[in-house]
Design a protein around this ligand. Structure first.
Ligand code: AHR
Length: 503
């Protein structure tokens, strides 16, 4: 058996965990909206056409915020198409995903859905084919009480009170050549500054997210952040980061090490934000919005075939990755990495939420079920609130294709406001269990309330509609906590949640 240890003290903390760390994302893409959250003919549909079975699964996740309506989609989107009487809304070609967008679900409908799901809306404006004028108008439409053209149109469209959307994305992945209206760093920085300025004049209480690079390995990465922030630092509050990982070669140890890349990415973007802030003698610090993250590669080939078969249909089955255990473990290490940076990463969105690279899958006309990656998000969102602790973790290490000295055990810990402590740990060992000992003397009386484990003998095991609990969490026994000394066993290839509560 391998051996690892964790030492924690209540005074060694990283920072408060912003609940928005457990956010997600719904884009008008594939079957996320149509056939995902919205299916008026479905047996579980509510009075607004939303699937109740999906809402139940989303509510269990306690997702506090959902980014909307894109993604690449937003860079060609006219928000005005999505409000007013449904029968008058235009059908548009969506050039991001080669689909026809019918606008049956729009701004009002999505805001109502989010309320039912217990989440706030994080709204993205189009800085691809549009700019400051459309951006300020949609803020006025959503957040101004009344007495102006756009706010009165909202009231006429049935919403007397403002939606009160607090967090806004200034475009999406604007450095990506695949993006409609993509820009150079300086062009984007200027556009974001000007849009941000007028949006905040309409509603000074809103917060704004500037687009960082579309990925850590973009050729423009780094320079992009520095140049665009030089233009818009004063207007924005967060910089976005996006990152997807894949394992097309089937290299499990290498794949499970990808959080090392994520950690470097976050550390570097913080450094760039602070470099620009320092250069500007700024008092404010920018925080990070990691508003797209996940595993994404399983469906890539299938998507090419879908487009070959049928372009421009509504609700094409796109990006329908079926996730296995190793994907869930990687997602666990990503959540652990966010907790390690809880002082600066304030928003994070698992991309996406339903059907499209998603923790929740549906069959149109059929069931809804949780994929493997549903569970780490559910556990972190449920138990990982309060204060992120700064544990010292010692673990044996391994070398792999891209990284040296990868710890077999990756862990983070939180303490809630009642003094209960939760340890989140992933064992990257594929063949052997690990004994984890913990020194928790500084916390006084705690007892092991529960040790939840997500594992499977087959790292490629998946959940399906027929077998939705193939990879599902179980509670294990045998952990001890005596005199502040914890002993627990982490099974090979496992996600672990060790809940320690006041005795
Ligand atoms: O989440 C899927 C797509 O990935 C988003 O539309 C885009 O922002 C990113 O490239």
């Amino acid at each position: 058996m391998k051996k690892a240890s964790i030492i924690m003290d209540r005074d060694y903390t990283i920072g408060r965990v912003d609940p928005r760390l457990y956010g997600s994302f719904i884009e008008h893409l594939g079957r996320a909206v149509y056939g995902g959250i919205y299916e008026p003919d479905h047996p579980t549909a509510d009075e607004d056409g939303f699937r109740r079975d999906v809402i139940d699964l989303v509510r269990r996740l306690r997702v506090p915020i959902v980014r909307y309506p894109g993604g690449n989609f937003v860079s060609g989107f006219n928000w005005e198409d999505s409000v007013g009487p449904r029968e008058l809304r235009p059908k548009r070609l969506d050039l991001a995903w080669f689909t026809t967008e019918t606008n049956e679900v729009g701004l009002h409908e999505f805001a109502h859905w989010a309320k039912k799901a217990g989440a706030e809306v994080m709204y993205a404006v189009n800085l691809g084919t549009r700019g400051a004028d459309a951006a300020r108008n949609v803020v006025e439409y959503c957040n101004h009480p009344g007495g102006s053209a756009w706010s009165d149109l909202r009231r006429k469209n049935g919403e007397e009170n403002p939606f009160g959307i607090k967090l806004w994305c200034l475009g999406n992945e604007m450095d990506g050549p695949w993006q409609m209206g993509h820009k150079t760093a300086v062009e984007y920085g200027r556009a974001a500054a000007e849009a941000g300025r007028v949006m905040k004049w309409v509603d000074p209480s809103i917060e704004l997210v500037a687009c960082g690079s579309a990925a850590h390995d973009m050729p423009t990465y780094g320079e992009w952040e520095y140049q665009m922030l030089t233009e818009c630092y004063d207007q924005v509050d967060y910089v976005s980061l996006h990152r997807y990982y894949g394992n097309p070669t089937g290299d499990t140890p290498g794949f499970l090490a990808r959080a090392m890349d994520l950690d470097a990415f976050i550390t570097e973007v913080i450094a760039i934000c602070d470099a620009v802030g320092g250069k500007k003698h700024a008092k404010k610090h920018l925080n990070l919005s990691f508003d797209e993250w996940n595993v994404w590669y399983h469906s890539s080939q299938q998507d090419q075939e879908v487009w070959k078969r049928e372009k421009w249909s509504r609700a094409l089955p796109l990006l329908e990755d079926v996730y296995n255990l190793e994907d869930a473990l990687l997602c666990g290490t990503i959540l652990i990495t966010f907790l390690k940076h809880a002082d600066r990463v304030k928003v994070a969105c698992l991309a996406q939420l339903v059907n499209v690279i998603a923790p929740i899958m549906t069959r149109t006309g059929g069931g809804a079920w949780a994929q493997t990656i549903y569970w780490p998000l559910l556990h972190a969102s449920t138990y990982g609130r309060g204060t992120a602790l700064r544990p010292v973790v010692k673990s044996p290490v391994y070398d792999c294709s891209d990284f040296d000295a990868v710890p077999f055990v990756d862990a983070a810990a939180t303490a809630d406001d009642d003094g209960n402590v939760t340890i989140f740990a992933v064992s990257r060992s594929t063949d052997e269990a690990t004994e984890l000992t913990g020194d928790l003397r500084a916390f006084g009386d705690l007892r092991v309330a529960e040790h939840i484990v997500l594992t499977h003998s087959d790292v490629k095991a998946v959940n399906t509609e027929e077998n939705p609990d193939n990879v599902a969490p179980v509670t294990v026994t045998g952990d001890t906590l005596e005199g502040g000394k914890l002993t627990a066993v982490l099974p090979p290839q496992s996600w672990n949640v060790i809940r320690l509560t006041r005795a």
